[in-house]
Design a protein around this ligand. Structure first.
Ligand SMILES: [Zn+2]
Length: 98
């Protein structure tokens, strides 16, 4: 898997991605999206697939705000998971064979 991102580009914006200790304990969230500071925070203890799913979820939250999509949260959740699946499939070994 590629290194965890420091930022994401979304439209004309650069979204900062920060690892934050204690997010799950303090905010009962694996990740958060802050529209005012254009920052995604991901709990520092999350790793692997869960951390990446969380990034994609918060990125969809950011897109929902930026593009004024007004998606309900359950649709943000499924879209984040599907986008993560597409992203992960790009890294599969079968992509580089034959
Ligand atoms: Zn959410």
């Amino acid at each position: 898997m590629i290194p965890f991102p420091k930022y994401l580009r979304l439209g004309g914006h650069v979204i900062k991605v920060k690892r934050v200790a204690g997010l799950i304990k303090d905010e009962s969230a694996f990740g958060t999206w802050d529209d005012a500071s254009l920052t995604i925070c991901i709990d520092a203890d999350l790793c692997g697939t869960l951390a990446w799913e969380c990034i994609f979820h918060e990125a969809v939250e950011a897109a929902n705000t930026a593009a004024e999509l007004s998606l309900p949260h359950e649709k943000i959740q499924i879209l984040g998971l599907l986008l993560h699946q597409i992203f992960a499939s790009l890294m599969e070994q079968g992509q580089t064979k034959g």
